[in-house]
Every structure is written in structure tokens, then in C-alpha cells.
Design a protein around this ligand. Structure first.
Ligand SMILES: [Zn+2]
Length: 259
């Protein structure tokens, strides 16, 4: 751990809310999407297929890409960071589509970008969904999903938000509610300088929360946006927080919505 900001949560922090991005899952082998080594740079044709306007022709690519992501996530399982957040009982807002917070045991998860572990229906206003059994290949059936929605007959798709699609309103609403009720808002594994983190962290701050960014290499400009910027490994500092909080006792985050 590098010297510098030594912030740790205290008794005043009864409502911790996490916002996580791809950095918390990086050690699973789930690459980040942006940046020189990201998926979009390595496979530009894949990035092109991630526009909703390419549907339904892009479905084979979507099943191939998101089925692969789901399989990596399932095979690797949650990281120490995911597990520490789950043991804290804190609600999570995530930009990740890998389902690893739920796999770690987190009960309240707002998935702003959907989930590769879930299939949905292309039909307008059809709310059919199904858990994916990730396999290998470009067809829904390769991932345990019928090619056509059993409810309305439209093609099925991975329930991942594409570039030009709106964020799911229920998850976005939950994220804003969580940001407003947090007294400690912790951003992990995402730069914090782009949407949605760039809106949710200030929203939490305006409702009285202390804001923290945990990033081994904090982006330029982040220090002015957060009360504390910890240039540390989340997989070390989050288990440490969890031990400290449970040692001091008296604070249970297991019921994020009492009453
Ligand atoms: Zn349907």
C-alpha cells in the first residue's frame, strides 16, 4: 500500500454504497473494454457490432462475445474485492455485466449495463428474461437459451446494454436512490470521471456522503472530484476495511433498506 491518503471507514459510516467498474474484475481475465489492451482495440469489428442499430443481424456476435464473458466470469468466480463488498452487506451499483457481485453474495445490485448472465427478448415491451448457461458459440442455444422468446416469438439476446441503448430505468433509479442515501460512497475500478460515476458520486456528495475513489493508478483530475483518493489495490484494502468494520462491531450493513 502506498503512503498517502489513509482513509478508513468509521462508525459514522453506516450506509456504505459501492460503485464498481471493470477494474474490480480485471484479475479474473475479464479484460477491460477501453484502453490500448481493451477488447474494443483488439477487436474493432466487435465494437462495431455493439450498436443497437445492428440488431438483429449482430446477434451471433453478441452471443459470441457476451457468452464468452459470462463463461470467464463463471469459471473464475468473484475476486477478493467482490467478496469483501458482499461480506460488508453494502449495496452495489455496477457498470459490469459479469454477475460477480451476485456470485459473491451481494443482495442489492444495480446493474447499469445489464448482465451477460441473463438473456432477454428483442420484442418491444416483452419482459421475458432467462438465466444464461454460458457455453461456446454464436447461437442463443449454445448458451442454454431458446433462439425465440417463448412468450412472444421474437429473437432472444444477451441482456447487455449496447452503446446506443438507454440504461435500464429500474437499475438507474435504484442507483440514484442508493447514491442519495449513502453516507460513504466508494468508487472502485472505474475512473470516476465519466458517466455514470461522474454523476452519482457528486449526487452522493450533495446529499452529505463522503466520497472515496480506490484505484491503483488514479486518473488525472480525480483528486479534485473525491474527498479521498486511495492509490491502492482494492483487493487488499477492501478485505482490510471489512475486517476493521466487523472488529469494531455495532454496524450491520446487512439490511440496506430497513423498514
Ligand atoms: Zn418476448
Amino acid at each position: 500500500m502506498r503512503a498517502g491518503d489513509r482513509f478508513v471507514p468509521g462508525p459514522a459510516h453506516r450506509e456504505i454504497v459501492f460503485l464498481t467498474g471493470s477494474g474490480i474484475s480485471a484479475r479474473t481475465g475479464l479484460g477491460t473494454f477501453r484502453g490500448p489492451d481493451g477488447l474494443w482495440a483488439l477487436e474493432p469489428e466487435t465494437e462495431a457490432a455493439m450498436q443497437a442499430s445492428c440488431l438483429p443481424d449482430s446477434l451471433p456476435q453478441l452471443w459470441q462475445v457476451w457468452g464468452r464473458m459470462a463463461r470467464i466470469a463463471r469459471d473464475h468466480g468473484p475476486t477478493p474485492g467482490h467478496r469483501a463488498i458482499a461480506r460488508l452487506g453494502a449495496p452495489v451499483i455496477t457498470q459490469n455485466i459479469d454477475g460477480l457481485h451476485q456470485a459473491a453474495g451481494s443482495a442489492v445490485v444495480s446493474e447499469l449495463h445489464g448482465s451477460a448472465l441473463r438473456a432477454a427478448c428483442l420484442g418491444d415491451d416483452c419482459r421475458w428474461t432467462l438465466a444464461v448457461e454460458p457455453g461456446e458459440g454464436p447461437r442463443a442455444e449454445d448458451h442454454g437459451v431458446p433462439g425465440r422468446c417463448p412468450r412472444c416469438g421474437a429473437p432472444t439476446r444477451p441482456d447487455v446494454v449496447l452503446f446506443d441503448e438507454q440504461l435500464p430505468s429500474a437499475d438507474l433509479g435504484l442507483a440514484m436512490e442508493l447514491a442519495q442515501r449513502a453516507d460513504l460512497f466508494v468508487v472502485v475500478g472505474t475512473s470516476g470521471v465519466v458517466f455514470p460515476a461522474a454523476q452519482l458520486a457528486p449526487m452522493a456528495a450533495s446529499h452529505g456522503a463522503t466520497t472515496v475513489l480506490i484505484d491503483i493508478a488514479p486518473p488525472v483530475g480525480s483528486r479534485t472530484l473525491f474527498d479521498h483518493v486511495l492509490a491502492v489495490d482494492a483487493h487488499e484494502v477492501l478485505p482490510d476495511w471489512e475486517r476493521r468494520i466487523h472488529q469494531v462491531g455495532g454496524t450491520s450493513f446487512l439490511d440496506p433498506f430497513p423498514g
